[in-house]
Design a protein around this ligand. Sequence first.
Ligand code: NAP
Length: 245
Amino acid sequence: MSAKKIALVTGANKGVGLATARQLAERGLTVLLGSRDTERGAAAAKELADTGLTVRPVQIDVTDDASVARAAELIDREYGHLDALVNNAGMLIRKPAVEVTAEDLRPEFETNVLGTVRVIHAMLPLLRRSPSARIVNLSSDSAIFAKATEKGSMFARSHESFAYSATKTAVNMLTVKYANAFLDDPELAHVKINAVTPGYVATDLNNFKGVKSTDEGARASVYWATVDDDGETGGFFDDNGPVPW
Ligand code: NAP
């Protein structure tokens, strides 16, 4: 077993994931920089490794069972365990709510929801072997019912994120269900799992309209990926603390 803590960040070749990978590596973790595209992952990992950080690329497409299984096998072979998993990979397709068909929901649910479960399921045996395993699931302010139901708010008016918001609300519920299940299992009780929202961050996801930097957006992920043993589990947080569901 490697003495250094090992973290896997999915969708880390750019945006919030790339900043999360860098900040975790700056804290001394060995970071496996997940990317579905091998070349984009290698370039991003090199950019961080060239500054002296311990970062290596890992090909992982969260919609592909074989790709996720290969990533888990590599981590098992090379490190024997995983200390932190950040389920950061995500996608957003804008389409007016009234035009969305059932079929239109598939890509975002496949990536944001099924992808998160696929990766957690594959990595659980490795997380089980860490003395202080952490899972962070990327959610969103747009998943918050209190915001979506606040008349006139930006979130109440953003009908075009119909599928996306629903996927992130699903991620929140899965987070709570996993947390409760881990607490009930003596072999997994040490695994903390939390949902975070990075806030409105300028990335490709929103055509760089966000107001926060990726470094700011990564803060909550990094905090909960490295939280102490007395930290919470089953919660929903931004970089200021708990947020409503
Ligand atoms: P981004 O810059 O578009 O990055 C998304 C990342 O996810 C990219 O690396 C992308 O890879 C990857 N990805 C997409 N589909 C994938 C798949 N099937 N398998 C593996 N990786 C995949 O967006 P971001 O803003 O940094 O988003 C990061 C996370 O934060 C997402 O979960 C997003 O929902 C969440 N979030 C963002 C904001 C915001 O304001 N930006 C707000 C709330 C929540 P490619 O480069 O190959 O496409």
